[in-house]
Design a protein around this ligand. Structure first.
Ligand code: GLU
Length: 298
């Protein structure tokens, strides 16, 4: 299998300019290193009807191309189940019956990092589990043997973060993002993951899980987010921030693409122009503030 990069949007709504900027970067990283570029729709949770088509249309409109068909996580349930079964066979999973509230209110284990699952259900007896199953369906958690892990990031360097007993399958049966992303990246031959740096804190968990599953750990590049004028992460409420909104304001997709390229210090025009000079080391390291385009933005 040849190596590949990818973009993996969640079809919960339209992409905004921050997502499009990340997609451009993922495409540039992959294409500039001779990788294939794959499109994966992460539709396990909160998918909105019609959003996938809008997202793919917008990506194409700014010049993003991808190889092969679109892969949807909802078609890959058997692969996730197989991965969980392998972990379970190695005694690396356990059932958890905690509600969100119980987790919040539980005293945290001594030395446990902030936000880590306190381990309430880790050592239940068979009889305790039996009793709890009658009251509530179980989530499946990883029985982690470490509390932190370190990953190497092309842009951020060495990064160490929490690895707790994170959820692999929610108690409503939905597969957790952290499991799906690891299984998909490995099985699709994705060896380069470029995405927003809001996901950097999840990355040690994912790299550790890949090791447990005997899957390769990809190369990572976490790229700075796009912020609004208040310094908060860009969102729909920040005015015209989707291609559809901007088009309605008289700003065509090519202009949006060019503004994003300029923000990255790259030449405008078709993405191939940027590709010809792309140098990860020259990328801006700071978040970029969306300047607003069109009537509603400025
Ligand atoms: N689907 C995730 C998102 O849209 C991205 C996952 C990833 O790139 O690993 O935030």
């Amino acid at each position: 299998m040849t190596s590949a990069g990818r973009f993996a949007p969640s079809p919960s709504g339209e992409l905004h300019v921050g997502n499009l900027r990340t997609a451009i970067l993922a495409w540039l990283f992959a294409r500039s290193t001779g990788r294939r570029f794959l499109m994966r729709v992460e539709d396990l949770d909160r998918a909105r009807a019609g959003a996938e088509a809008e997202q793919l249309r917008d990506l194409a409109a700014i010049g993003i191309t991808w190889d092969g068909g679109v892969v949807r996580q909802t078609d890959r349930g058997a692969h996730y189940a197989a991965a969980i079964a392998r972990l379970a066979a190695a005694d690396l999973t356990y059932e958890c019956f905690c509600t969100r509230r119980e987790i919040q209110e539980a005293p945290s284990a001594p030395h446990a990092p902030q936000g880590a699952y306190p381990g309430t259900c880790r050592n239940l007896t068979a009889a305790e589990r039996e009793a709890k199953r009658a009251a509530r369906p179980a989530a499946v958690r990883l029985r982690s043997t470490v509390t932190e892990a370190t990953v190497q990031d092309l842009l951020r360097g060495s990064y160490t973060g929490v690895v707790d007993d994170f959820v692999l399958r929610r108690n409503d049966g939905v597969i957790a993002y952290n499991l799906a992303v690891v299984v998909d990246d490995a099985e699709q031959g994705i060896d380069q993951v470029v995405r927003g740096d809001d996901l950097l804190p999840s990355t040690p968990r994912q790299a550790y899980l890949a090791l447990l599953l005997n899957m390769p750990v990809p190369e990572y590049a976490h790229v700075p987010l796009v912020l609004n004028a208040d310094g908060a992460r860009l969102a729909k409420r920040d005015g015209a921030v989707t291609l559809a909104d901007l088009t309605a304001e008289g700003v065509p997709p090519e202009d949006v693409r060019d503004v994003l390229l300029v923000s990255l210090g790259l030449p405008t025009g078709p993405l191939e122009h940027a590709l010809a000079v792309f140098d990860p080391a020259a990328l801006p390291k700071q978040p970029w503030v969306w300047p607003g385009l069109g009537g509603a933005g400025a």
